[in-house]
Write a protein that binds this ligand. Structure first.
Ligand SMILES: NC(=O)c1ccc[n+]([C@@H]2O[C@H](COP(=O)([O-])OP(=O)(O)OC[C@H]3O[C@@H](n4cnc5c(N)ncnc54)[C@H](O)[C@@H]3O)[C@@H](O)[C@H]2O)c1
Length: 666
């Protein structure tokens, strides 16, 4: 065993490592609210000390108390490993089963400083999307994974490894729950409190389920969204050339917008308040240009419009200032959105206009009441400016970040005159729902565990060939989708999308996912691919997520406030062959606002893998198709009937549609 393998196998080290790991150069989570009483602080420290032998308690209790007071959480910085954090080729992980090694690779990728938003606070994206609550949990989990066999299942409670339980070969190797609360305890401050106590965490979607693949995961979805938003405003066959897309955020997911804008062929202006975040995206070449001055920005956009350039511009500053400036200068915005982290509005997700980045960080902790007032006033100003633009014709859509929800709570003018809903659509209502999810298209993805770009290239080629085959017999209803996805996969390599593990995302429906996965499995079996491939998806998909303000926003039968689909999904995946499954409270729009789940599946070229992938992927998509068709969604009705033709064992309950005239008479 080499040193890295020894360290993984050791878990929490017997001798205390030095407390010198906090790295100022990295991007750190904002200091969290000081929410615990004195007695609760003692409880948090008592909880944290559970991971360590009593001989260390005197020293660690003081250290953890200091962390809690300084940062509002106990991260246990001392225990950050001294090896480099990144996904390694699967063979480099110690262990007794291939699946566990693959999961270790995925965990390390989620914590890689190149990938993660606040790596030392174990946050992958979205400001609070945690893989673990503290470093002891990480160390212990990796140790368990390094010793588990395929007759055991590791049970994860919100980052805490409860232990290895005997199970069987066909069972998931890991079952993850994140943020599962008694429903009445799911308010924002409940997260602050129970997370500070060390008993729960916000797993976002792919953070707490080890399935994040860097902003690429979202570029594809964002490209589809921008392209289709463009089609919505297009006159005849007009393209997005010379049109302006104004938005905000260069963080975990939002950072994908400039690249997506480039692929879609427009001019993108993206405001970002945090200089470190902006610099990261610029150095990764995810955005073409950086502008610091509003007047210069206006000048540059005008020249880009005149020359119909395809260019993405990052503006260092507040998005509210940009909306207002463009209004004042009468600069026409074709498409508008927002991707500040408004699912987390009071703790660093949204920076109010008029305060510097540092002033906000200071105020949210020192005076949270005043900070909340500033955020709400800023949302009102932002909405007023957006309303002026939309009055001139701008197409504005909510990007699932709870912008409209929080703006409405702030009293901004975002409701329809009759009060029946928001005056702007969410991207799911207008685009992602009816065009993608209802037909079964969602963010399928895979990771080559060899970590070899050559393998990724082979998978791209296989996927591209499969889509071309599918296109030959595809019905009209899904041809556009398949063509967009073909274009995506063919350009994926040239667009240099990989950050972290050798991963690829590709929107696909059930049939596409199964055929592509089956072809990968075969390529592994015959040695064309050099190592196993991990399959997965974003939770933000056809069936994985119940979220009335996002994924299920286009469900109009009243069931969008139920969460049966996501729960059914994860249970169904678990007994149809997933290697790991997860179910989370919170993700995207916020704690208490969504239940979402996902899976990971290791393909190793075996016959069992082939059987599992067919069974599980079919369910994983068609569960949502069934629910969406029962909600009378047109595309889903089409997809449900098609799925039943393809699989005679599938028998779905389909709705009878009612003549609206009958109801009008009542
Ligand atoms: N991209 C998608 O497909 C998608 C889908 C659904 C939801 N979302 C939502 O989008 C939001 C963003 O996600 P993320 O992972 O990028 O989060 P993030 O926290 O990593 O990034 C948000 C960025 O916005 C910046 N910001 C905040 N307030 C600002 C302001 N007033 N002006 C300029 N910049 C400001 C922050 O500094 C931060 O870097 C989340 O709420 C997420 O749930 C994204």
């Amino acid at each position: 065993m080499n040193l890295f393998q020894q360290q993984i196998s050791e878990g929490i080290p017997a001798a205390l490592p030095e407390n010198n790991k906090f790295d100022k150069a990295l991007n750190h989570a904002p200091k969290r609210k000081d929410i615990l009483s004195q007695a609760e602080k003692k409880l948090a420290i008592r909880n944290a000390l559970r991971y360590f032998e009593p001989r260390h308690h005197a020293l660690l209790s003081e250290e953890f108390a200091a962390e809690l007071n300084e940062y509002g959480r106990i991260y246990m910085y001392r225990f950050i490993p001294d090896y480099k954090m990144h996904a390694r080729p699967i063979g480099q992980y110690p262990g007794k089963c291939q699946e566990a090694r693959a999961i270790m690779l995925m965990i390390q990728n989620n914590l890689d400083p190149q990938v993660a938003q606040h790596p030392q606070e174990l946050i992958t994206y979205g400001g609070n999307g945690a893989v673990f609550q503290n470093w002891a949990q990480y160390l212990l989990t990796m140790k368990y994974l390094s010793e588990m066999t395929n007759e055991q299942t590791l049970v994860m409670y919100s980052g805490h490894p409860m232990g290895l339980f005997p199970s069987h070969k066909e069972a998931p190797r890991v079952v993850v729950t994140n943020g599962m609360m008694i429903p009445n305890y799911s308010r924002q401050d409940d997260w602050e409190k129970f997370n500070a106590l060390g008993v729960t965490q916000y797993g976002q979607m792919t953070a707490g389920s080890y399935m994040y693949i860097g902003p690429q995961g979202i570029v594809h979805g964002t490209t589809i969204t921008v392209l289709n938003a463009g089609r919505k405003i297009a006159k005849e066959q007009e393209s997005l050339s010379g049109k302006l897309f104004l938005t905000s955020g260069l963080g975990g997911m939002s950072g994908a917008q400039p690249k997506a804008g480039n692929i879609a062929g427009c001019i993108t202006v993206c405001a970002e308040i945090n200089p470190k975040v902006l610099q990261t995206r610029f150095s990764q070449k995810w955005v073409d240009e950086v502008i610091l001055n509003p007047d210069e920005l206006v000048k540059r956009v005008r020249s880009a419009k005149a020359a119909k350039e395809v260019v993405s511009i990052a503006f260092l500053g507040n998005i509210v200032d940009v909306w207002e400036k463009f209004e004042k200068e009468d600069l026409y915005v074709d498409l508008g959105s927002d991707q500040t982290s408004l699912h987390n509005p009071w703790a660093g997700g949204y920076y109010p206009v008029g305060l510097s980045f540092e002033e906000s960080n200071e105020m949210m902790r020192r005076d949270p009441v005043l900070f909340k007032e500033k955020v709400q006033a800023s949302l009102k100003r932002q909405t007023d400016a957006i309303n002026k633009h939309t009055a001139k014709g701008t197409y504005f859509f909510d990007y699932g970040n709870a912008f409209l929800l929080e703006a409405s709570r702030a009293g901004a003018d975002v409701m329809k005159p009759d009060g029946t809903g928001f005056r702007y659509p969410s991207y799911v209502e207008d685009i992602m729902g009816p065009i993608c999810f209802d037909y079964g298209f969602g963010p399928f993805r895979w990771v080559c565990t060899s970590c070899d770009p050559k393998d990724l290239g082979i998978t791209d080629k296989i996927a591209s060939e499969k889509i071309q085959e599918l296109l030959k017999e595809a019905p009209e209803e899904i041809k556009q989708q398949l063509n967009d996805n073909l274009q995506w996969i063919q350009g994926a390599r040239a667009n240099q999308l990989v950050v972290g593990s050798q991963a690829r995302i590709l929107y696909a429906d059930a049939r596409g996912r199964i055929e592509i996965a089956e072809a990968f499995n075969e390529a592994i079996r015959i040695g064309v691919l050099s190592a196993p491939v991990v399959l997965g998806r974003d939770h933000h998909d056809v069936s994985g997520t119940d979220s009335p303000y996002r994924e299920t926003a286009n469900i109009y039968d009243g069931s969008s406030f139920t969460a049966d689909m996501a729960i059914q999904n994860v249970i169904g995946d678990s007994f149809r062959g997933a290697t790991w499954v997860s179910i989370h409270n919170g993700g995207g729009v916020g704690w208490g606002e969504v239940i979402n789940g996902g899976f990971g599946m290791v393909l190793d070229g075996s016959e069992e893998a082939s059987r599992r992938l067919k069974s599980m992927l079919f369910w994983d998509v068609n569960n949502g198709i069934a629910r969406r068709s029962w909600a009378r969604n047109e595309g889903a009705l089409f997809a449900a009937k098609r799925a039943m033709q393809q699989e005679p064992l599938l028998k779905l309950t389909l709705p009878n549609l009612v003549d609206e005239n009958l109801l009008d008479k009542l």
